[in-house]
Design a protein around this ligand. Structure first.
Ligand code: TXA
Ligand code: MG
Length: 324
């Protein structure tokens, strides 16, 4: 309840247009970004998955701004980004042995863990949306690492897109969605993986979200696709471009823009070679392109539902779901 009040108040304050600084990935850019975060401003930055919209995770007003500019329902909690070392995790969360097993060779790129929250963590309650768990990730991308080290604290960051829209895999995508509403974006070019992180919840090792870190097909999946989520982040219509999306399209109708895969060439392809890693990295880029070109109807070729294909199909199903 309190979270909602804070989010509404800062919405009014954030409506005026501001100039969004585009920062480089050099020392000066990172210094500036860290300073802005310290001042409570919002800074978008590249991780290996997608661009995140960062705020100081201990600053209530800064975190409230995230909900305000994204238009994000305040029941939906945020991922806390840490630089490392692993001992940092224990300030905020309990790390069960089953979770530690995933970290034996360092924090895997593209993996987020949902863990029991420690009392007196110092995190803004808005970050966890009042839950007794917290989502934590240590990004591998060097730019994200530099920023987190320079800032020296936990950074709350959802994907840097308006709520319900496509996640950004390039700085241009961030500017198209949130330009004029956030202090800065660090332009680190296209992200390496192009899809959000995989989210695993402990204890229990439940997959809350398929993503760029491939996990065992046998692991339990949280029941998703609810319009009234109790577990957050499971909205049926999500990652949506402006145009309508039709799936499993081996051929396209005359009025459709066809996204191909493998042997199906389409107007543009996710991967001519039928490579799922390449397809994941290009997916949001092509959906953003459809928006830029104001395409009204998009048809997408079938994607195999194995490995990374599960995460790609999850995003495509949500993009194609009836809009609420
Ligand atoms: O790759 C990524 O994960 C990107 C980069 C920026 O880190 N972040 C991202 O954040 O995709 P976001 O907010 O767009 O999606 C995070 C998801 C949401 O669906 C949220 O509900 C879920 O994580 N989440 C966060 N904390 C949670 C918690 N304590 N329990 C369950 N789900 C949680
Ligand atoms: Mg998101």
């Amino acid at each position: 309840m309190q979270a909602e009040l804070v989010a509404c108040k800062s919405y009014a304050a954030s409506r005026g247009d501001m100039e969004t600084e585009v920062l480089g990935t050099d020392g000066a850019g990172i210094d500036r970004a860290a300073l802005l975060l310290r001042q409570g401003a919002l800074v978008a930055f590249p991780t290996e998955t997608v661009y995140g919209l960062g705020a100081d995770a201990t600053n209530d007003e800064a975190v409230a701004q995230i909900f305000a500019v994204k238009g994000r329902p305040s029941f939906n909690p945020l991922i806390v980004h840490l630089a490392g070392p692993f001992s940092e995790v224990s300030r905020y969360a309990v790390l069960p042995a089953a979770a530690e097993r995933y970290l034996a060779r360092g924090w895997p790129p593209g993996l987020t863990l949902v863990l029991p929250l420690k009392p007196r963590s110092g995190l803004s309650p808005l970050v966890t949306a009042g839950l007794d768990t917290v989502a934590i990730r240590m990004p591998a991308a060097p730019v994200a690492q530099s920023l987190l080290r320079r800032f020296g604290g936990p950074v709350a960051a959802p994907s840097a897109n308006p709520s319900g829209r496509i996640s950004p895999s390039r700085a241009e995508h961030v500017l198209a969605g949130l330009g004029g509403q956030i202090a800065a974006v660090i332009d680190g070019g296209p992200t390496q993986k192009g899809l959000e992180s995989t989210i695993l919840q402990f204890p229990g090792t439940v997959v809350l979200r398929e993503g760029s870190f491939p996990v065992d097909d046998a692991l339990p999946r949280a029941t998703s696709s609810s319009d009234t989520p109790t577990a957050p982040g499971q909205l049926t219509s999500h990652y949506a471009p402006s145009g309508a999306v039709r799936l499993e399209a081996e051929t396209a109708h005359a009025d459709e823009w066809h996204i191909g895969f493998g042997a199906i060439a389409g107007d543009e392809t996710l991967s001519e070679k039928g490579d799922l890693t390449e397809a994941a990295a290009r997916l949001f880029h092509l959906l953003h392109k459809a928006d830029e070109r104001r395409i009204k109807k998009i048809a997408v070729a079938p994607i195999p539902d194995t490995g990374l294909g599960r995460a790609i199909n999850d995003r495509l199903r949500r993009a194609a779901a009836p809009r609420t």
